[in-house]
Design a protein around this ligand. Structure first.
Ligand code: DLL
Length: 410
């Protein structure tokens, strides 16, 4: 099986553990010395960096949450001076609150390699033409795919958010062999191809899909519809987007790059650590990040881990594909939405009542459309014009805040 970094990807687990413990010591000292947030956290828990020698000790440290990142915005979580940061990225604000992630040159180098590992692991080579249909403006992942592809010498077509028929034309004319997108966009491409009666003219072989849950049934539809092998890739903006883990050609779980991330599974209610094979919330510690280290970061994604050797030869732990969250976040066409954001937007619009309802329409088991129903407040005149104006106002406010087109019913 092809591997980008076979030495690391096949380390025996004992060596891997030693390696992780060594990196953990460096990370803890780095975070304690340079991030006041962590120093305060350690001090409040009565911990000294020297108390954390092994991954087992790590469990003494309280979790880090997204709210922590928001309250330390903009630079409170940075562990290096800004002169060492070579990129600042701004993921779309959850709860309407911003966070900013910084990367050193070395951080970017690591992330680039991890995406390259996933690409090589699913059979992508320097002969491939990779069409990246993620939003380059808003989605940091798009850049990461670009850099990973360049590292292995493949050609990249940054097709970004071009509409489906333009994507199809590019695929056909450029003879793209790999499609990288959300699974829901892949589905939309298939539907567009079928509507135009053009199903047999592509050179695609492989698809890499992620950013939202997609069931096995959707994988079947995509593989059949595009004539490809479709693989899952997972990541979280705050850590590395994408590239925390990815499937290999065995499709038997996503390998987590444990030389850079230490995964734990916890009970989302009690915070207690769960055993291998038990499903719970994934918590990640970044072992090598310089600019933005995260210790025991709660992802809110539900999964289980398996360290049994994979038939591909990798020894890296595998996580189950993600289909559920432990919070109220909803992924719609790859865009994350928290109901709290909707409440906040609606509460700022005059003329609507305080209650609303939310319906999610699915297509092939993936969230396809968000329908938000609001009622005009009793004091709003019921003229048709007013309703139309209100409709436009609500729709554009939600679109701006969520970065997503939603259906609004008044
Ligand atoms: O979605 C990173 C990414 C980009 C992954 C491109 C794969 C491909 P965020 O926007 O921060 O980052 O959203 C992260 O999306 O916590 C999961 O809930 C969900 N998610 C990401 N990948 C998958 C996947 C990117 N393969 C959140 N399967 C995560 C299921 C996924 N859910």
């Amino acid at each position: 099986m092809a591997m980008f970094n076979p030495e690391t990807e096949t380390l025996n687990r004992r060596e891997l553990l030693d390696f992780q413990n060594e990196r953990l010591g460096i990370l803890i000292n780095h975070a304690y010395a340079n991030v006041r947030f962590y120093r305060n956290k350690f001090d409040a828990a009565g911990l000294n960096p020297d108390d954390i020698k092994t991954l087992e000790d790590l469990k003494k440290i309280p979790f880090t949450t997204r709210e922590d990142l928001v309250s330390n915005y903009p630079y409170g979580m940075f562990a290096v001076p800004l002169r060492d940061v070579v990129r600042l990225q701004f993921p779309l604000g959850h709860y309407g609150n911003p966070i900013v992630i910084g990367y050193t040159r070395e951080d970017l180098k690591i992330w680039r390699e991890l995406v390259a590992r996933i690409m090589v692991g699913v059979g992508i080579t320097e002969h491939d033409i990779i069409q990246v249909a993620f939003n380059y403006g808003l989605f940091m992942g798009a850049f990461r795919f670009n850099q990973g592809a360049e590292l292995i010498g493949a050609a990249v077509v940054p097709a970004s958010v071009a509409p489906a028929d333009v994507q199809i034309r590019i695929m056909r004319d450029f003879k793209s062999t790999v499609l990288v997108s959300t699974p829901s966009f892949a589905l939309h491409i298939i539907e567009t191809m079928r509507a135009r009666g053009k199903t047999k003219e592509l050179s695609l072989k492989i698809g890499l899909f992620g950013a939202e849950p997609w069931p096995e049934s959707a994988r079947g539809i995509i593989e059949e519809g595009l004539g490809i092998k479709a693989y899952d890739i997972y990541g979280v903006t705050e850590l590395i987007e994408p590239g925390v883990s990815g499937e290999c050609t065995e499709k038997a779980g996503l390998h987590i790059f444990e030389d850079h991330f230490f995964p734990e599974i916890i009970d989302p209610i009690t915070g207690r650590s769960l055993k291998e094979g038990e499903e719970g919330e994934l918590v990640l510690t970044s072992l090598t990040t310089s600019a933005y280290p995260l210790i025991r970061y709660r992802t809110h994604d539900r999964t289980a881990l398996c360290t049994k050797p994979c038939a591909c030869g990798r020894t890296l732990v595998r996580m189950n594909r993600i289909s559920k969250r432990t919070d109220r976040m909803i992924s719609v066409r790859g865009i994350n939405v928290f109901p709290e954001m909707i409440t906040e937007v609606l509460s700022g619009i005059e003329g609507i009542g305080p209650e609303y309802s939310l319906e999610i329409k699915q297509k092939a088991g993936m969230n396809d459309q968000l329908i938000i129903r609001v009622s005009p407040s009793p004091d709003l005149a019921q003229a048709a014009e007013d309703t139309a104006t209100l409709h436009g106002k609500v729709q554009s406010a939600l679109r701006k805040a969520l970065g997503l087109r939603v259906q609004v019913d008044i």
